[in-house]
Design a protein around this ligand. Structure first.
Ligand SMILES: [Fe+2]
Ligand SMILES: [Fe+2]
Length: 329
């Protein structure tokens, strides 16, 4: 089937999305809320619960705590992501109840995501190891500075980005959860497990959107995937800065930290790429234009190239210098 534009493909998929999006997410009644993991200050056991939370947080190594702060800040910049999604061709106003099914997805997705920053920020506030005003300033800067994830207003490119990004956050939350578990912080471990679970659901939905584009607009979908992978999927907190710092400098240090702590590494990046190539069955696609075929071959060869480059770098000694951020107490 030939479509004139992204807009018409998005329009064509509206009935499908309308039917699918409620199944791609869970009903509000089934979902967790931040309070499920935090002390209840109306209960008699509040002081005890808080003491227990602080006790477990005192066991977290600094690199892990810093990674957790970085992830929290990233989650808290949700207004930027919701706006970005709303600006894609064919999506439309997120706040409008009678908008497109794509906009309905945006709202439902946002409602789920909104809990991530909330629960993490509350944990950090209560744990007593973090200067929250510094964290808040950084969130403020990040929302203010925005981002450019190089998708333009193309929904194909954007959903390639989100397919990747949700899996990246899944890994980051899951890894911090595991590290919290072994450090003796089960409350944080559980929180991170459920957040990672949400990211997994979202990733599945975004993968499905790309799957549909591949079915009905194959060449263009392949070209969008290749374009995003060629540019590299950069995390949405790319402009992260500390108070008094330059835009993006703190992000560079945060990347080094996440790599060193094993929270989100080059290996994760390669594995996500491989997983998506597999899930979208790119190698099996037939009937492509020459341009799309070249793009597909480029994408399929990319993980192997990255792996080779990674092996060459392996003997570089890891720098153990402490990476300090303004927000550490
Ligand atoms: Fe999230
Ligand atoms: Fe997410």
């Amino acid at each position: 089937m030939m479509y004139a534009s992204r807009k018409s493909v998005m329009k064509h998929l509206e009935p499908f999305i309308d039917e699918q999006w409620p199944k791609l997410l869970r009903s509000t009644d089934e979902l967790w809320q931040p309070s499920d993991f935090l002390p209840d200050f109306t209960s008699e056991s509040a002081a005890e619960d808080l003491a227990e939370l602080q006790e477990e947080a005192s066991r977290l190594p600094e690199d892990i705590l810093n990674s957790l702060v970085g992830d929290t800040i990233t989650e808290e910049a949700l207004p930027t992501y919701a706006q970005w999604l709303a600006s894609m061709k064919g999506v439309g106003q997120a706040g409008c109840t009678n908008g497109t099914p794509w906009a309905a997805w945006n709202r439902a997705w946002c409602a789920e995501e909104n809990r991530h920053g909330d629960v993490l920020a509350a944990y950090l506030r209560l744990c007593g190891r973090v200067k929250m005003r510094e964290v808040e300033l950084t969130i403020h800067h990040l929302v203010y500075d925005g981002m450019d994830i190089q998708t333009g207003s193309d929904p194909y490119r954007f959903f390639v980005y989100t397919s990747f990004q949700e899996l990246a956050t899944l890994r980051s939350h899951r890894n911090i959860g595991r590290m919290a578990e072994s450090a003796g912080a089960p409350r944080l471990a559980k929180m991170n497990r459920v957040i990672a679970g949400d990211e997994g659901w979202h990733a599945k939905a975004y993968r499905l959107f790309i799957q549909k584009f591949l079915e009905i607009d194959t060449d263009e979908a392949v070209l969008a995937i290749a374009d995003m992978f060629r540019k590299k999927i950069i995390m949405p907190a790319m402009n992260l800065r500390e108070s008094g710092g330059e835009k993006g400098i703190a992000f560079k240090r945060f990347e080094v930290l996440a790599q060193r702590a094993g929270v989100y590494t080059s290996r994760d990046y390669i594995e996500i790429m491989e997983f998506l190539i597999d899930a979208w069955e790119l190698a099996q696609l037939t009937g492509l234009s020459t341009e799309a075929q070249d793009a597909r071959d480029f994408v399929c060869a990319l993980p192997g190239r990255y792996r080779k480059a990674l092996e060459r770098r392996r003997d570089t000694a890891t720098d153990e210098t402490p990476i300090r951020f303004n927000w550490m107490a």
